[in-house]
Design a protein around this ligand. Structure first.
Ligand SMILES: CC(C)(COP(=O)(O)OP(=O)(O)OC[C@H]1O[C@@H](n2cnc3c(N)ncnc32)[C@H](O)[C@@H]1OP(=O)(O)O)[C@@H](O)C(=O)NCCC(=O)NCCS
Length: 265
């Protein structure tokens, strides 16, 4: 199980000047507002908290369709940034935790968070506590939103990288939807991979990890729905370079920066 969320820091929506009065009071717990105010990078910090809540919500909703989004009760707690947090020129990673207000799924209550942040965007991945981060594929890419369909590019990015990790041709993979939740198919059969997609402004992202083995459809679950034309990565071209492996040969992918997500160091 996992969730991810990306925020474009240069989108006008992300500018604190554009917030409605009391937005912060409504969505952030008091301790989060204090941490944001004292952070040397308050804009990135604010949106890291928000993205953590959205990522946690996406994770929780997969396990419990009745899970209600109540942002103030999803409190993200990040460790202080240290030298070790630098992941490349202008890119840092914060690590943290989020306690779900109640246990969801197979007794999941504590989530681990990794927030990768540049001056342009914040990307948060949430995993259940103790999950192997080295098993997670992550990709973040910049697009031209005036010319490209963000949902399509996010799917193509995920397919390209997951195919590489699995060692299969990208054409054999497809992304379908069950309700609004994306599922990965291999040769038309649903896999147990857990995929989370996100797009905002000029950024798209995904995170994907092995999930519990499953076959067939959960009782009461809708049939997978395929959107023509978005299932394969054919024809997609990232604005910058394509996904790539990290230097250590890990399974992460980061076209626009070398994300630190993945590995246990
Ligand atoms: C579902 C939700 C988390 C999506 O987040 P978002 O920031 O709007 O959009 P993102 O681009 O990050 O994520 C969209 C992707 O999430 C996935 N998604 C949608 N619903 C989902 C769900 N219930 N569970 C898991 N993933 C879901 C889909 O893959 C979707 O991609 P698509 O639109 O290309 O199919 C969001 O719409 C939501 O309902 N949030 C809770 C309510 C809320 O935010 N209220 C604001 C009041 S303060």
């Amino acid at each position: 199980m996992l969730g991810n969320d990306v925020v474009d820091l240069r989108d006008p929506e992300s500018d604190p000047e554009s917030f409605r009065p009391r937005f912060d009071e409504r969505v952030f717990a008091e301790e989060e507002r204090r941490e944001i105010a004292h952070d040397p990078r308050p804009l990135a910090r604010r949106w890291a908290h928000w993205a953590a809540k959205e990522a946690a919500y996406k994770l929780a909703r997969r396990l419990d369709p009745g899970f209600v989004f109540s942002p103030r009760t999803l409190v993200a707690r990040f460790d202080p940034l240290s030298e070790a947090a630098t992941r490349g020129p202008g890119v840092v990673e914060r690590r943290g935790r989020l306690e779900l207000p109640r246990t969801v799924g197979p007794e999941i209550s504590t989530l681990e968070l990794r927030s990768t942040e540049s001056a342009a965007c914040v990307h948060v991945v949430a995993l259940p506590g103790g999950f192997d981060w080295g098993a997670v594929d992550v990709g973040v890419a910049r697009i031209d939103p005036a010319r490209e369909d963000a949902g399509r590019v996010a799917r193509a990015l995920a397919i390209t990288d997951v195919a590489r990790s699995l060692g299969v041709a990208a054409e054999r993979l497809a992304i379908a939807k069950v309700g609004r939740v994306p599922v990965v198919e291999l040769d038309g059969e649903r896999t147990s991979l857990v995929l989370s997609l996100s797009h905002h402004g000029a950024w798209v992202a995904f995170a994907c990890a092995p999930g519990p083995a499953r076959t067939g459809r959960v009782r009461g679950e809708a049939a997978a729905e395929r959107t023509p034309g978005v299932a394969s990565s054919g024809g997609w071209r990232p604005v910058r370079d394509g996904p790539r492996k990290d230097a250590a040969g890990g399974r992460r992918a980061a076209p626009d920066w070398r994300t630190s997500t993945g590995g246990t160091a």
